[in-house]
Design a protein around this ligand. Sequence first.
Ligand SMILES: Nc1nc2c(ncn2[C@@H]2O[C@H](COP(=O)(O)OP(=O)(O)OP(=O)(O)O)[C@@H](O)[C@H]2O)c(=O)[nH]1
Ligand SMILES: [Mg+2]
Length: 312
Amino acid sequence: MVSQEIIALLGETGSGKSTFVNRATNTDAFRVGNGLRSCTSEIQLSPEFNVDGRPVVLIDTPGFNDTVMEDADVLKDISAFLATVYESEVKLAGVIYFHRISDERWRRSDTRSFGWLKRICGDQTLRNVVLTTNMWGNVDSAVGAAREAQLAAEFVKPALDKGAQLLRHSNTTKSAHDIIRAILKNRRTALQVQQELIDEGREFHRTAVGEEINREVAESTRRLAQQVQELQNALENLRDSEKETRLQMEADIAGLLKEIRRFKDGSVNMNKDYRNRKAKAASLWASLRYPARIAISCIVLGALYWGLSLYI
Ligand SMILES: Nc1nc2c(ncn2[C@@H]2O[C@H](COP(=O)(O)OP(=O)(O)OP(=O)(O)O)[C@@H](O)[C@H]2O)c(=O)[nH]1
Ligand SMILES: [Mg+2]
């Protein structure tokens, strides 16, 4: 039986999810990124901590990255884990989405990663979502406030209209707990992707998340095929003397065709890959659900082994 309040953290890579866990738990439980590379590569569960006497566990996720295939893997992992949680009849308390107020503009990658949040949650559960702005220390406060107002009036307005909250995080334990409190006030509801996968029994490629991945894959494949066609046309017009250019172009075409194959394979194997990731998600979830049973099993097995070694 899971008694904790479970909250999922979502956002772009480097948006501060793991740092939030460290502040909320007042520990250095998770590694945070300090370079240009993405840091968290797998879903991880925070140590349990208390907010107003209620036990809370945060789900830290790998960030969205603005690359189609890498994001597809992250989304399969997140969906598989959320489905596993819901399958065991546990509803999340909510979701925290992270946005760096220090970013100078709302980029295409923000629209894209915010889109994943909407497809995961659906309109009905946006009231259990807190959109958190962080990294206030890296921006002049008036500039940050103007950006925040623009976010509220424009970019995230539709989500706020449907009940999401826009809150500041000042990178302290108190601020992290205030954000969590804002979520704990709400009634728990199943997220859209959980309903699609479990209640409706859809295959992953038929969920809003899966359909969007496939749309992106088709679009990227079409663009790559167009580049191949353009290179092939240019090749036909090359003079025989331009041997080096020809070799380079042929190598470029081979690279593009390989990429197209990778996209197509990813699309064909999408559901199979999702199921593999779901099996992995089940064991991570079990570590939270049955920690005592696992510990007891270890003790029993240890005692048996000890007894056996004495006997032998
Ligand atoms: N100033 C400031 N820096 C922050 C804050 N939150 C995170 N950072 C810094 O931002 C960088 C990325 O933080 P992470 O917590 O690793 O981000 P993440 O979202 O977990 O990234 P991925 O694991 O790659 O998805 C680190 O250098 C953090 O120290 C914040 O609230 N304020
Ligand atoms: Mg991280």
